[in-house]
Write a protein that binds this ligand. Structure first.
Ligand SMILES: Cc1cc2nc3c(=O)[nH]c(=O)nc-3n(C[C@H](O)[C@H](O)[C@H](O)COP(=O)(O)OP(=O)(O)OC[C@H]3O[C@@H](n4cnc5c(N)ncnc54)[C@H](O)[C@@H]3O)c2cc1C
Length: 601
């Protein structure tokens, strides 16, 4: 059972943590958590390979991380692996919204939107530092598609939110119709030309890769073993031909490991067909990938402060896009086009870039050009074949998920959205628990993801602690957004070594200390892991953080016990990775060699 394309072919749950709304999961019977660090990789591998585990999860995107946490918190032993870094697939390439998906109401997908809104409300409660409410302006022009239905759709959206809470109170604002003046006040770059009116409504924004990391951290607290950079290259069948484990290629050591498992979950997103084919030779492909790109421009070129803008689809064009404020930058995207190319070499193409900039320029009073673009990313949605999404036009269609139990026993979960990862995970683990004939209900709605404290109090305490060690309030607030309660641990590093309190880059208020923290506590194994997913420097900055890449690589090498040459190779590898993804804008990434030369003087 070879995988195509490769063809060598329980926490201690938060003791003492209480929310004002409910009691979190009580302290469990689990082992003390080992830090998520390469320093403990050998011990993690030993745990993963020493006996048969209940569940092997293949893929550590949002879905796989969710399955790992759900299964571990129901008392199952879990190993989760990924061929790359956690969230290196689609789960770091999304629009970074936690939402019901207002536009799916256009297709009367009420159940899907309801599910998304309910999950949004849950995630705001479970990860208030990561999932934050945001206002969205919905401008309406005379040619805005289905404009008469917008108000009705927004009312439905509000009703779902209120119904999910069982109360009239929600931190996400209710929609309102607004005048042209009010719309322009909220989104100053908006073009007034022909604008007739607008709506403002509420949804949530997040950092997708950091959300996955937070779920992984909690899964580890419940005893799950997580091994990024370990690729499933084949399955190991039992005598009856059922999948009972997998062989892993460890890309960090070049070694091979075997994990034996009673249940194997294929949570590999757009890659699911490869694993399904490996397990069941007669498998018919289930997924049609759909590509989406985003570009990032400086905030001053597209000034949005608190409110995002939904760029509505015009008559005859089934797509809609978002402009989303992102600290010192603004995100513009996304596209939605059928993709049949290599899943390993996604890149920004000229058509993608032209489309996104032209869409932005139609709605904003700006003349954005390639020269304004600081960074870009490309991702692929795992849309399901056989559903309208997989066969018809790609624009603005359903994001349902599906669970497939193959003849080999392999459990495949795909489709869906970042927002609904918890539901998808619950469906998988319900199936496994059903197979086991036991009763263990899903408890992930009781497990906070990195912070259970009221956000305002956490921010106030962190700003005070940061000030005491000479770190700015802006950096402290970003620390809270990124790390939740673990912001204190980053500041602890600064207290021990004030040099680590220096700002890392102009693109965002990150500290040098966060590189060390990423290596010691966040499982980062490469410079790309740190700059692309623990921080988002590869996306936020035209130079992709290259000037400080040698410094960060040196720190990483020191933490991971690697030689100086390793650090230099990391810088080159990182530059190559960003260039690949930037595609037509690859030349914006500076040559790593001058940076290396200047760091060694
Ligand atoms: C452009 C775009 C915008 C989006 N915006 C939003 C949004 O704003 N909100 C929202 O809710 N959703 C959004 N989505 C959808 C959402 O991002 C995805 O549905 C979700 O991230 C999929 O997660 P996943 O874990 O299923 O897949 P992935 O994140 O792709 O994870 C699969 C993992 O499997 C690993 N893998 C593959 N093969 C192997 C193997 N052989 N061995 C080990 N590991 C393997 C991969 O490396 C990968 O990390 C967007 C998607 C796109 C493309």
């Amino acid at each position: 059972m070879d995988i195509g394309g490769v063809r060598r072919e329980r926490p201690r749950a938060q003791p003492g943590r209480m929310s004002t709304a409910r009691t979190w999961l009580p302290a469990g019977n689990l082992r003390r958590m080992r830090p998520f660090s390469l320093a403990h990789r050998d011990a993690d591998v030993a745990d993963a390979t020493s006996g048969e585990v209940d569940v092997l999860v293949v893929g550590i995107g949002a879905t796989g991380a969710g399955v790992a946490l759900d299964a571990a918190s129901r008392g199952l032993s879990v190993v989760a692996v990924d061929k790359g870094d956690l969230a290196a697939g689609t789960s770091s390439k999304s629009s970074k919204l936690i939402h019901g998906g207002l536009r799916y109401l256009e297709n009367y997908e009420f159940a899907l939107v309801h599910e998304g809104v309910v999950e949004r409300q849950q995630l705001m409660r479970l990860a208030p530092h990561l999932v934050r409410p945001m206002e969205f302006v919905y401008p309406v022009w005379p040619d805005t598609a289905r404009r008469r239905l917008v108000g009705l759709g927004l009312t439905t959206y509000d009703v779902f939110a209120v119904a999910s809470l069982g109360t009239l109170r929600s931190d996400v604002r209710r929609h309102e119709r607004i005048s042209v003046e009010e719309a322009v006040e909220l989104a100053p770059a908006l073009s007034r030309s022909g604008l007739t009116y607008g709506f403002v409504y509420g949804d949530c924004a997040t950092d997708d890769a950091r959300l996955v990391l937070a779920v992984v951290q909690e899964a580890r607290r419940f005893g799950a073993v997580t091994l990024p950079h370990a690729e499933v290259v084949s399955f190991t069948p039992d005598a009856a031909g059922r999948v009972r484990g997998a062989v892993l290629a460890d890309h960090l050591t070049g070694r091979t490991h075997e994990v034996r498992a009673r249940h194997v979950v294929n949570a590999t997103g757009v890659w699911v067909d490869r694993l399904m084919t490996a397990a069941d030779a007669r498998h018919v492909p289930a997924v049609q990938p759909s590509k989406g790109v985003h570009v990032v421009v400086p905030h001053e070129r597209l000034p949005l402060d608190e409110a995002s803008v939904l760029l509505p689809s015009k008559q005859g064009d089934g797509r809609s896009m978002f402009a989303i404020p992102w600290g010192r930058q603004t995100i513009l995207g996304t596209t939605d086009t059928a993709y049949d190319g290599s899943l390993e070499s996604l890149a920004l193409e000229q058509d993608d870039l032209d489309y996104v900039l032209a869409s932005g320029n139609r709605v904003f009073d700006r003349s954005l050009t390639e020269d304004d673009v600081l960074g870009a990313w490309a991702g692929v949605r795992p849309l399901l074949k056989g559903s309208p999404d997989g066969n018809g036009a790609m624009g603005d269609l359903s994001r349902r998920h599906t669970l497939i139990e193959g003849e080999s026993g392999l459990i495949t979960i795909t489709g869906g959205k970042l927002t609904t990862y918890r539901r998808m995970a619950a469906d998988v683990v319900d199936l496994i628990v059903g197979r086991l004939g036991t009763k263990a209900p899903c408890r992930t709605d009781e497990i906070p993801l990195g912070s259970a404290r009221p956000l305002a109090a956490l921010v106030a305490d962190t700003v005070a602690a940061a000030t005491a060690v000479g770190v700015s309030a802006e950096a402290a607030k970003l620390l809270v957004r990124q790390h939740g309660e673990a912001a204190a641990s980053v500041l602890g590093l600064v207290a021990a070594d004030p040099a680590l309190g220096a700002p890392l880059s102009d693109a965002a208020a990150h500290l040098v200390a966060e590189v060390v923290h990423a290596a010691r506590h966040e499982g980062a194994a490469t410079l790309d892991d740190v700059f692309a997913r623990r921080m988002r420097l590869s996306l936020r900055s035209r130079d992709a953080g290259m000037p400080v890449a040698p410094l960060a690589a040196d720190l990483l090498a020191r933490e991971l016990g690697r030689p100086a040459q390793w650090a230099q190779q990391q810088v080159r590898d990182y530059a190559d990775a960003v260039r690949r993804e930037r595609g037509v804008l690859a030349a914006t990434v500076p040559d790593p060699l001058p940076a290396l030369a200047s760091s060694s003087t």
